[in-house]
Design a protein around this ligand. Structure first.
Ligand code: MG
Length: 437
């Protein structure tokens, strides 16, 4: 059983079973003594939760259950425990189950912590507690209201707003709509009853899955539309014209308000960020929100995020908090002149092209990447290189990222530039270099 950058995930009862959840519980319980456990509304989540809790208890662990909550709610609840266990497969299809682990500061487990848990799962040599070392399970019914109160204490709406919220039948269904109403908004909900079948839409909040939200925002003349993924660490937006706001633009929109000195983004982030934040230090990390969070913590950056819809506000938590992000977005729109769509339309527009080529270096392979790197340094207009995750080169008016896929024997190419001509020429040039190698 291996952790990815977003925890353990797999199809339930084939890849992730009660037995594996029991082992995860035991492994976590061998290192942490006071653990808070939450779950998303998937059909499998209670089954996985009971098995994980059984494992934790068998190690003599204190267990507190917070019930069905969003991931950022569990991460916030972890502040008064040694560790948080969230049973969720995030935005994956309904047949998936998963587990994510959190530190008390809301930061997901780093690779060292994950490896330590993996080793004890593999070793399976657990020293079970004696009969009188088994604690009763505690229940905390206040996790959602505590999270809402924390957000209410820092957000003030400037004027009455009409907001449409699409929770995708996920964990935020019982949080975001209520929070926004408490803030004084008029809220219309879509898919906001928790349902592990995700009947309303796919739980990944991508533009093509949000047609109902876009048309409802248009029909009711809402000020903004908001959508979450299944566990609400993500949040995406639709503007007042019903147009999906690209996550690169939303990242820029937040960055312009949050990042005074410094901001952290992954290597595949648009040059839009650099264009709209000229005086701000932008650090680029490996792809994955946990790497962004780690770098924010290390450098004490003001803000960070990933264009998957994850926004990290370190003054609130190192866990991407889609619920806080929704409230903060509504606050900004309600307090600034002009409509949301005006702010978005004012951002520069760039051309982007993405493609793949077969890669003999294999899945995630580094073979050949050094030679690709050497060749990319000779591209006309070259100004800078970043090799943290694949090879990213910057040019005066464009950038490109060449990265071996982590799941297939492919190499992914991303090129972004100010004009289509620039992008096409650079893309063809890179394609030629890779084919020749
Ligand atoms: Mg998620």
């Amino acid at each position: 059983m291996k952790f990815g950058s977003s925890g353990i995930r797999g199809v339930v009862n084939t890849e992730i079973t009660s037995e594996s959840a029991l082992c995860i519980g035991r492994a976590v319980g061998s290192e942490y003594h006071d653990v808070v456990v939450g779950r998303d509304p998937r059909t499998s989540s209670e089954m996985i939760e009971y098995a994980a809790i059984s494992g934790l208890l068998s190690m003599g662990c204190q267990v507190t259950r917070v019930g069905m909550v969003a991931t950022p709610t569990l991460a916030y609840a972890a502040r008064s425990h040694d560790c948080g266990v969230m049973i969720t497969a995030s935005h994956n299809p309904p047949e998936y189950a998963g587990v994510k682990l959190f530190n008390p500061d809301g930061m997901a487990f780093d690779s060292g912590q994950q490896e330590s848990i993996e080793r004890s799962i593999e070793g399976a040599d657990f020293k079970l507690t004696s009969w009188d070392g088994i604690h009763p399970v505690r229940t905390d019914k206040n996790a959602v209201s505590d999270h809402i109160s924390m957000i209410l204490s820092s957000i003030r709406i400037g004027k009455q707003m009409l907001v449409v919220v699409d929770c995708g039948c996920g964990a935020a269904s019982l949080t975001t709509p209520y929070l926004l109403r408490e803030l004084g908004c008029n809220v219309i909900t879509l898919n906001s009853q928790p349902d592990g079948f995700f009947p309303g839409r796919s739980s990944e909040p991508k533009e093509e899955n949000l047609a109902s939200l876009r048309s409802l925002v248009r029909e009711v003349h809402a000020d903004v539309g908001i959508a979450h993924d299944g566990d609400a660490d993500r949040m995406v937006a639709v503007d007042d014209t019903g147009r999906f706001v690209s996550n690169d633009k939303l990242l820029a929109f937040f960055g312009m308000r949050e990042a005074e000195r410094s901001m952290v983004v992954p290597v595949d982030t648009s040059m839009l960020i650099d264009a709209v934040l000229p005086g701000v230090t932008i650090t680029r990390t490996r792809v994955g929100d946990v790497y962004v969070a780690e770098e924010i913590k290390r450098t004490l950056a003001d803000f960070g995020g990933e264009a998957s819809g994850t926004w990290i506000f370190p003054k609130v938590s190192y866990c991407p908090d889609g619920i806080y992000a929704a409230a903060r977005l509504v606050e900004i729109i309600s307090r600034e002149e002009g409509r949301f769509s005006d702010h978005i339309s004012a951002l520069p527009e760039y051309e982007i092209k993405r493609g793949t080529l077969p890669y003999r270096g294999g899945i995630g392979g580094r073979d050949g990447m050094n030679r690709i790197e050497e060749e990319l340094r000779t591209v006309p207009g070259f100004t800078d290189i970043n090799t943290l995750d694949g090879v990213r080169i910057a040019l005066d008016d464009a950038w490109a990222l060449v990265r071996p896929s982590g799941t297939e024997p492919l190499i992914r190419i991303t090129v972004e530039g100010k004009t289509k001509a620039v992008v096409d020429i650079l893309y063809l040039h890179i394609e030629k270099i890779i084919k020749e190698l």
